[in-house]
Design a protein around this ligand. Structure first.
Ligand SMILES: [Zn+2]
Length: 115
């Protein structure tokens, strides 16, 4: 995964969505099995956001733990680091959660009002 390119496209996507309004916060849901390193996105965000409507915005990342469903015994278990293997020893597992990379919320700064 190239986190900088990913973060840049994320920033573009948000900027497009908010039509040039100043963005105060971006909420992202990142699955820990998505192959994306949340810390790397955080690291790249300021660089990718600088000079645009997202400059200075806060990036809030919700980390979603990986869950595996076993096709052998039917057990659903938390994905530990490393190999996707069920506690029963079977490697015939499917990822049921943790592959997300979703933009969940964008907060836009309110324009000062005269009212
Ligand atoms: Zn199993």
């Amino acid at each position: 995964m190239h986190e900088l390119a990913l973060t840049e496209s994320l920033v573009e996507q948000v900027a497009e969505h908010t039509a040039g309004r100043r963005v105060s916060a971006v909420h992202l849901r990142v699955g820990l099995l998505s192959g994306v390193v949340p810390e790397a996105i955080e690291f790249c965000f300021d660089v990718a956001a600088s000079g645009g409507p997202l400059e200075g915005a806060t990036l809030v990342i919700e980390r979603v733990p990986g869950r595996l469903g076993c096709r052998t015994c039917g057990l659903e278990s938390a994905a530990a680091d490393g190999l996707p293997v069920c506690p029963c020893g079977s490697a015939d597992v499917e990822v049921v959660a943790g592959r997300e990379l979703t933009l969940t919320r964008v907060e836009v700064l309110r324009e000062p009002s005269c009212a």
